[in-house]
Structure formats: structure tokens, C-alpha cells
Design a protein around this ligand. Structure first.
Ligand SMILES: *Cc1c(COP(=O)(O)O)cnc(C)c1O
Length: 405
């Protein structure tokens, strides 16, 4: 099996499991209790907080543990919105945010907030000038993701952070895909709130964290016993948090080495696919991207059939984000690149993980080639290529056959 869906989730590392195990049984204490058993859990909790803080140059007291990336996004965005609703109701974001951000913003729109969705053009990257001109007197938050989960493009976070700071606007970034994969420095990048998740970095599912800059006030979403500095009540998921801390430490230690390895493997895959498969394209930006995410599109085939045939060969990939692939609707992220639906449906996302190696490249590329060829043989679109490239597409107005970044 070759698992190429590491942006959807990753397996938990053995070292991480070993670290977690005692906290399910012997070390089961509640960290809010004063006796020794509870204090051992408290110690484990604070150690993990330090491990997470260190990977982003934050302070331990600026880390709030949550149930994952989705909760962190909700907490950051709703937390800032509710706290500042008397100051302003305008929020700036991009057109390619994860549903955890996008749908949170939709909820806020229902409550009277106004959201500006910035375009990402055909390379999948926002322009800083657009961010600047979208800012209004009543803008209370800019939320723009760091690395995109479908196409891997990296946004100009440092520039946005600098601008937000100058204008006195809070800046949140969903860094679920980049945390533990790219260097992140919340001070240098002027980030006020940053979302992280454990299961994308070989930690357990159902745990994550929000970085919240000191003196940044938010309204909590979960009220109760006042855990996590009163910002996220509920008895902490100690085994999960311990595992997340360990996973973050390991990811951070191997960050450069993994980055180099993914760059090498993905460059090989991209070069070969674009060269050896006719009418194949890379979605996104060739330079400004996470090296572990590759998003191709192939003319005249369906991504879903591609996924099925590849899984028959033991290769597990996806058409886009795990969240939208079941719905069979065109990916809003690829739509934001200006691609027509007919092209979007032929997309394939490969997301690499630490278990993949250079040795896998031949098998991966050859399998994709074979499967694409087979599907095209059956495709009326492909067999009528003349019509496809000159008729159907052009009549839809925006075929962009020249767009092959
Ligand atoms: C996976 C993901 C999330 C959601 O994280 P969960 O821990 O699964 O809730 C949010 N944002 C991005 C960019 C993601 O890739």
C-alpha cells in the first residue's frame, strides 16, 4: 500500500503512542486536582504546552488545547468576532479557506457580520494589495490560511501579519497544514491567533491547539469549569494532548530533513507526470507550495474514477479535501483558481508523508499513467478531443488551456 492522503490524516507514530499509554491507565488523574496523581497529569499537560509553544516561538501560556483544527478555527474566529462586535463587524478572508473557517464565517454572516472573500487568482495566492484595499474602519479580523490543504499554496503570511499589526487588526491563520512542516514564528510573522491540529502530524485525532497572543481577548465558546485559562472549559484530553506534544516535538526536530525529502520526491513526480502524460497540469503554484502536496488535473477524465482505479493498485489518494470528496461537487478551492468544473473534475491530490520514499516514485507515476490512459480510452470527451478542447471548453468561456503552472 502507498498512502498518499497524508493531508487528510496520518497514522500515529509508535513513539507517540508509547508516550500516551500511561495517561489512559496509571496516570489517569484529573489535572485540576491537588493531590499527586492529579499533579502528574498537570505536569504532562504543561510539558505538552511547552512542546507546542516551542515549535512556533510562542509562550506556553499562549497555547490553548482544543479538540482539533476545526475547533481552533471556530474558537479564534467566533471568539474575536463576539468579543469585538461593538467595535466592528467586518472580517477579511480568502476564497480558498478550509470549511472550518469558511463555514464559521458563514455562520457569522447569519449573525450580521460582513465578510470579504479575497480572490486567489490562478496560482492560488492572495495579493497583499487586495488585503490592504479590503481593510475598513470596522475590520476586526483578518483570517487567511497558511498552507492550503488541497493545492498546497502558501500565503504571504508575514506580509499580512505586518499589515494587520500596522492597522491594529487581529490576524488569525489556519496553520493546520503547515504546522510541523514549515518553520513558523508567531513573533516574526506577527500572528495573533494560529490553529493547529495533531492528526495531520502523526499525532492522535481529536486534539489540537490555538495559539492566542498574550493580551488578545476572545469570548470563549465552551463555558464550564474554567480550564485552559477560562477559555476552553472541560477536563483536558490528557493522553491526546501528551501525544500531540510529542508529535509536535518530533515534527519540529525533523522539519528540515522532511522538507528536503518531500521536495525531492514531489519534484520528481511533478516533472515526470507533466512530461509523460499529455494534457496534465499542476493546480496551484509550482514554487510557492508545500512540498508534500501535489494537485494535478488531467483533461477528459473523472477524478473519482481515477481514485478508484488507483486504490485497486494499492495507491490511496483523493480528489481534494476529505471533507468535500464525498459530496461529488466541484471543489470550491479549484473553482477559485478560475478553472471550469469540467476541468476540476479531473483533479487528483497526492499528499506525501514520512513513510513515502524516492523508491515509490516509479510505481506512483507509472500507475497514474496507466490509469489515466485507461480512463481516457473510455472517455467520450477524450475520444472527441477536438470538440473537447475547441468546443465544450471554449463555449464555457474560460478553458485556460494555456494555464499550466
Ligand atoms: C484538517 C484541517 C482542518 C481541520 O482539522 P481537524 O483537526 O480535523 O478538525 C482545518 N484546517 C485545515 C487547513 C485542515 O487541513
Amino acid at each position: 500500500m502507498i498512502y498518499l492522503d497524508n493531508s487528510a490524516t496520518t497514522p500515529v507514530l509508535d513513539e507517540v503512542i508509547d508516550e500516551m499509554l500511561p495517561y489512559f491507565s496509571n496516570e489517569f488523574g484529573n489535572p485540576s486536582t491537588l493531590y499527586k496523581l492529579g499533579q502528574e497529569s498537570k505536569k504532562a499537560l504543561e510539558k505538552a504546552r511547552k512542546q507546542i509553544a516551542e515549535t512556533i516561538n510562542g509562550k506556553p501560556e499562549e497555547i490553548i488545547f482544543t479538540s482539533g483544527g476545526s475547533e481552533s478555527d471556530n474558537m479564534a474566529i467566533k471568539g474575536i468576532a463576539f468579543k469585538n462586535k461593538n467595535k466592528g463587524k467586518h472580517i477579511i478572508t480568502s476564497q480558498i479557506e478550509h470549511p472550518a473557517v469558511k463555514n464559521t464565517l458563514s455562520s457569522l454572516e447569519g449573525l450580521g457580520f460582513e465578510v470579504t472573500y479575497l480572490p486567489v487568482y490562478n496560482n492560488g495566492i492572495v495579493k497583499i494589495e487586495d488585503v490592504e484595499s479590503a481593510i475598513r474602519d470596522d475590520t476586526i479580523l483578518i483570517t487567511i490560511m497558511h498552507g492550503n490543504n488541497e493545492i498546497g499554496t502558501i500565503q504571504p503570511i508575514s506580509e499580512i501579519g505586518k499589515l494587520a499589526k500596522e492597522k491594529g487588526i487581529k490576524f488569525h491563520t489556519d496553520a493546520v497544514q503547515t504546522f510541523g512542516k514549515l518553520p513558523i514564528d508567531v513573533e516574526e510573522m506577527n500572528i495573533d491567533l494560529l490553529s493547529m491540529s495533531s492528526h495531520k502530524i502523526y499525532g492522535p485525532k481529536g486534539v489540537g491547539a490555538l495559539y492566542l497572543r498574550k493580551n488578545t481577548k476572545i469570548t470563549p465558546l465552551i463555558d464550564g469549569g474554567g480550564q485552559e485559562n477560562g477559555l476552553r472549559s472541560g477536563t483536558e484530553n490528557i493522553p491526546g494532548i501528551v501525544g500531540f506534544g510529542k508529535a509536535a516535538e518530533i515534527a519540529n526536530n525533523n522539519l528540515n530533513e522532511n522538507h528536503e525529502k518531500f521536495t525531492k520526491i514531489s519534484n520528481m513526480i511533478i516533472d515526470r507526470v507533466l512530461e509523460e502524460i499529455p494534457k496534465s497540469y499542476l493546480n496551484g503554484d509550482i514554487d510557492n507550495r508545500l512540498p508534500n502536496i501535489i494537485n494535478f488535473r488531467f483533461s477528459a477524465i473523472e477524478g473519482e474514477s481515477l481514485i478508484l482505479l488507483l486504490s485497486g493498485k494499492g495507491i490511496y489518494a483523493s480528489t481534494g479535501s476529505a471533507c468535500s470528496s464525498k459530496k461529488l461537487q466541484a471543489s470550491p478551492i479549484l473553482q477559485a483558481l478560475g478553472l471550469p468544473d469540467v476541468d476540476i473534475h479531473g483533479s487528483l491530490r497526492l499528499s506525501l508523508g514520512i513513510k513515502n520514499s524516492i523508491e515509490d516514485v516509479d510505481f506512483i507515476v507509472n500507475s497514474i499513467k496507466e490509469v489515466v490512459e485507461r480512463l481516457r480510452e473510455m472517455s467520450p470527451l477524450w475520444n472527441n478531443e477536438e470538440e473537447y478542447s475547441n468546443g465544450i471548453c471554449e463555449s464555457k468561456g474560460s478553458c485556460r488551456r494555456d494555464f499550466n503552472v
